[in-house]
Design a protein around this ligand. Structure first.
Ligand SMILES: Nc1ncnc2c1ncn2[C@@H]1O[C@H](COP(=O)(O)OP(=O)(O)OP(=O)(O)O)[C@@H](O)[C@H]1O
Length: 251
């Protein structure tokens, strides 16, 4: 198998008596979309937060591009090439789309916002941000106030912010949330191509998108990975059907 870019081993995180992450090991290899699915409260966001650096694990290791990043703060992980999109919007609604693309990238790297003016005057950063907006189809909205964007356009802007960092891998927490059918189809098409540039660990409830996109799927239940495999393997797995997919079919 190709050398993993991201490798998580024996990760544990408890909140009091609750084991939100229970001995999780998984990897992300170049070129793939690895989806992480599971019922509400299974621990998907908690896992993403530990990989991105917002939450310290109780035990276990996270290696990225051959380095142990378990103890690195979030901005250092972003600088190392871990890009992410958030479940809850991190955009500044009063700023323009371009300002968010520039400032989001700068902010994720850990630079400070008081350099707002010099940063906006940085032609290289602006060009990188514009290129990212073009890729997600938002270039025509560069000067639009973010508050005026539709929900779907805001989600695309979040992807553009992550792209501005030129990451080596992406962590995406429910990028399809709240998108209508056409928005979700469009983002699915975009992510499909993006995997060749940088692999994606994708947390997503939209099962159509997951099964259309994922090279591999890991199923998380009560903090534990109960199965990892291709879409067909996951669909056919009796444990998965009982714990998760079966209940969705019945709904
Ligand atoms: N900071 C915290 N303090 C205490 N409990 C927490 C905290 N964060 C998460 N939890 C609990 O950990 C468990 C896992 O939550 P998490 O948000 O990671 O699940 P999830 O799979 O992302 O759910 P969803 O699909 O609804 O987003 C839940 O029971 C949640 O209530």
């Amino acid at each position: 198998m190709t050398e993993p870019l991201l490798q998580i081993e024996g990760l544990h995180k408890s909140f009091g008596a609750l084991k939100a992450t229970d001995d999780v090991s998984l990897m992300l290899v170049p070129g793939e979309i690895h989806a992480l699915i599971g019922p509400n409260g299974a621990g998907k966001s908690t896992l993403i937060k530990q990989i991105a650096g917002g939450l310290a694990p109780d035990a276990g290791t996270i290696r990225f591009a051959g380095e142990d990043i378990t103890a690195l703060p979030t901005p250092a992980r972003a600088r190392a090439g871990l890009g992410r999109t958030f479940q809850i919007s991190s955009l500044a609604m009063e700023y323009t789309v371009l300002q968010n693309a520039v400032l989001g990238a700068v902010g994720q790297r850990g630079s400070v916002w008081r350099f707002f003016k010099p940063v906006m005057g940085d032609t290289e950063l602006r060009a990188t941000a514009m290129a990212a907006l073009e890729r997600v189809g938002l270039a025509d909205h560069a000067t639009t106030r973010t508050a005026e964007l539709s929900h779907g356009q805001r989600r695309l802007l979040e992807v553009a912010v992550a792209l501005t960092l030129k990451p080596r891998a992406f962590l995406m927490d429910e990028p399809m949330a709240g998108l209508g059918a056409s928005g979700s189809k469009r983002l699915t098409g975009f992510l499909d191509g993006l995997r060749r540039e940088a692999p994606i660990l994708l947390v997503e409830h939209d099962m159509d998108a997951v099964f259309a996109l994922a090279d591999r799927i890991s199923v998380l239940v009560y903090g534990k990975v109960i199965a990892t495999g291709t879409g067909d393997e996951i669909r056919a797995n009796p444990q998965v059907r009982e714990a998760y997919l079966g209940e969705e079919d019945a709904a």
